[in-house]
Design a protein around this ligand. Sequence first.
Ligand SMILES: Cc1cc2nc3c(=O)[nH]c(=O)nc-3n(C[C@H](O)[C@H](O)[C@H](O)COP(=O)(O)OP(=O)(O)OC[C@H]3O[C@@H](n4cnc5c(N)ncnc54)[C@H](O)[C@@H]3O)c2cc1C
Length: 441
Amino acid sequence: MTQVVVCGAGIAGISTAFHLTRMGVTDIVIADPLPPLTLTSDKSTECYRNWWPNEPMVRLMNRSVELLDRYAIESNDIFDLNRRGYLYLTSDTAALDQIAATAAAATTAGAGELRVHGTGHSKYRPEPDHPIDGADLFIDGDELRTHFPFVTEAAVGGLHARVAGWLSAQQLGAWMLDQAVEAGAALVRSRVESVSTKLGQIDGVSLEDGTHIATPTFVNAAGPMLREIGLMTGVDLPVFSEIHAKVNLRDHAHVVPGHAPMMIWSDQQEIDWSEDAIAYLRDEGRSDLIGLMPSGCHARPEGGSDSPWVLGLWEYHTEPVEPTWPIPFDVLYPEVVLRGLTTMIPALSGYRDRIPETIVDGGYYTKTIENRPLAGPAGPRGSFVCGALSGFGIMAACAVGELTAMAATGGELPKWARWFDVSRYNNPGYLDTVSGDTGQI
Ligand SMILES: Cc1cc2nc3c(=O)[nH]c(=O)nc-3n(C[C@H](O)[C@H](O)[C@H](O)COP(=O)(O)OP(=O)(O)OC[C@H]3O[C@@H](n4cnc5c(N)ncnc54)[C@H](O)[C@@H]3O)c2cc1C
């Protein structure tokens, strides 16, 4: 009898299988009709941060970063982990106060110390010899531009979160999968069609290829299909999905320095379309692109220091949708993101009249209402879930995989695991305790 069947070979399923093998469970089948990591997990911006506005997410990400650091050493840094940080920027003094208030919440939650830098004699360390924790808050725009000269004159300050950066998500996933397979896990290219139970206990999984696998343990790590697979075990998981795109821009003039951090424009903004463009957008029924647009336009350099590529993201439509493929991305997305980014990095304006080569891809953020993952038991005995990873699945993968594997093996869970257990919704007051800021960029 197979000890565990994992449904889904995205980063969540792979991490769960990998951590199961580390806990001594080796007879594992990971079932997926697609090649590993190819649905959502290879479409991300591959960034991570422990900088979240609430204790549950800070705890989770602190653990995930601890594991990332450990696996980077173990794998000889096969997944290219960096610590460039996240730079949150604003042109609004009230918004800067809000960034400072969120920073206070993050530090209280355990994200590390906050260092404040005013005008001149700043003790900001751009490239410390050793990784530093917490964040640097710039309360003066000129001081900020001393270190980030490409940032707009309009920025009045910003915050550089330091336990943050990016990595190769595919390399991380491939490394964990190789390790799991070496330890005994098997990858099966087939779809999970049904899950059976006996006396309230999981007892088998049927695949599309006709195989029936007898097993007492099932892990639902089906990404955007989390709810559909949950229903197979009789559980209606409280998740929904939003489309999120990203654009690869060929920055052939190297406007964005290769060493830049992830940069986020924290203000709402209006795109400065020409009058002709506004008339055209109105005619095309695209008034959504005229007027005030959401905050959160962000970008980072991609590749080595010589690479011309920049990844840009800006989600201006976040309505819940039913996941379908191919994903209907907005044809205007590259131009909208590029124009949005010029507010933060004015030198990108050089590309406005001649949009450079762009590639758009993306996927679904499948998430819970308060934007926290599901990791732990769900449904009949022997049934577990690892998902609702929203826009943080790469950064959270190690911690949620470990938590799910611990739950599945009956291990002792850390106290904070309860924040990610689906049973949290049984507490009638739970959602009232969750703050409005979900931490989503
Ligand atoms: C544009 C974009 C940018 C992002 N940026 C970041 C970022 O910077 N940092 C970060 O941490 N996260 C980021 N994310 C989020 C991250 O990519 C996801 O949270 C993560 O990839 C989800 O992983 P998953 O394993 O849950 O889902 P998936 O990768 O979708 O894997 C689920 C797997 O389940 C399989 N499956 C479904 N149904 C069945 C079935 N019936 N039988 C068998 N298998 C099945 C699917 O085929 C799929 O392979 C981003 C996402 C997007 C779209």
